[in-house]
Design a protein around this ligand. Structure first.
Ligand code: UDP
Length: 311
């Protein structure tokens, strides 16, 4: 296949580029480097089947030649980033998705949208199945991301229904691994960096809110299975192994061997109280489930961040 990955220099995008190149495909990686980084794809730049294009996908996307698939992963994805970049976040989810869909339609390519568990907002149904419509505050600070992705899903379904584009939607739950930015504000890099520096771990609220963390290689495998499948409606991909943020902080302290303590800070507004994917659909349709245990994924991630903290 010849595949375009928007946001290809980001955390997930770059791992997808790696997997596609590894499978023998040709990859065009597009990124405006607002939150992505050339460091994530530096090792691919000499590869004959890899091309990087510096472009903001909220503007018309021009790609020469045929395309078999468009994977739309461009977007700030950390709450700190999308609070800092509210308008860019709304634009890439709306205008960027429109441009990427238009390109897929013009090329007769398959389209896959990176959607999110944030579509469920602060969920009133737990765990979250794909059939749940969500509980999102449209005017809250997180609304810029949640509503952009909900719009992106609506636009994707409209291109499927109106234009017959072969579309796929993955709802991605919390994912971690190497290439997350050390200071992107998300809980995994934040806690690991704090532990490695011997600083206190900043738990927001009382730490009773829950999340379920999926290692990046499991996620990428699920996404590629979804791309190859016939399922048009959204599919959750994530790890159903749920824990409180306080338990997660303790796990990071144990895994790093740090002597850090836990300190408590204000809970950001609209922070979801629980989050755990119901992955029955992915199991049934794709034969997918996560394989990497938290201890193993954390060990690999901590190793990566050790180099970054020291640098
Ligand atoms: N969190 C925390 N301390 C931090 C950063 C995040 O306690 O230094 C909490 C945050 O309030 C949320 C959870 O960890 O409940 C996961 O936050 P993250 O920013 O990783 O993403 P989210 O799952 O909220 O999109």
């Amino acid at each position: 296949m010849r595949v375009l990955v928007t946001g290809g220099a980001g955390f997930l995008g770059s791992h997808l580029c790696d997997a596609l190149i590894g499978d023998g495909h040709e990859v065009i990686c597009m990124d405006n480097l607002v939150t992505g980084s050339m460091d994530n794809i530096a090792h691919l730049l000499g590869e004959r089947r890899f091309l990087f294009i510096h472009h903001d996908v909220t503007n018309y996307i021009y790609v020469e030649g045929a395309l078999d698939a468009v994977l739309h992963f461009a977007s700030p994805a950390s709450p700190v980033d999308y609070l800092k970049l509210p308008i860019q976040t709304l634009k890439v989810g709306s205008l960027g998705t429109h441009k990427a869909l238009g390109l897929a339609k013009a090329k007769g390519a398959r389209f896959l949208l990176a959607s999110t568990s944030e579509c469920y907002g602060d969920p009133l149904v737990h765990p979250q199945p794909e059939t749940y419509w969500g509980n999102v505050n449209p005017i809250g600070v997180r609304g810029v991301y949640d509503e952009a992705k909900r719009f992106a899903e609506a636009m994707t379904m409209a291109y499927h229904r109106a234009h017959g584009v072969a579309t796929r939607i993955v709802r991605i739950f919390n994912t971690y691994g190497p290439r997350m930015r050390l200071c992107d504000g998300r809980v995994v890099p934040t806690f690991i960096a704090q532990a490695l520096r011997g600083e206190d771990l900043t738990v927001f609220g009382d730490g009773s809110q829950t999340r379920s963390f999926c290692y990046v290689s499991d996620l990428v495998r699920g996404i590629l299975l979804l791309l190859a499948s016939d399922e048009v409606e959204p599919v959750n991909i994530g790890n159903p192994d749920e824990m409180t943020i306080k338990q997660f902080a303790e796990a990071i302290i144990a895994a790093t061997g740090a002597c850090s303590r836990i300190v408590y800070r204000d809970l950001p507004s609209d922070d979801p109280k629980v989050r755990r994917p119901d992955i029955s659909k992915a199991r049934r349709l794709l034969g997918w489930e996560p394989k990497v245990p938290l201890a193993e994924g954390l060990a690999r991630t901590i190793e990566y961040f050790r180099g970054k903290v020291a640098a």
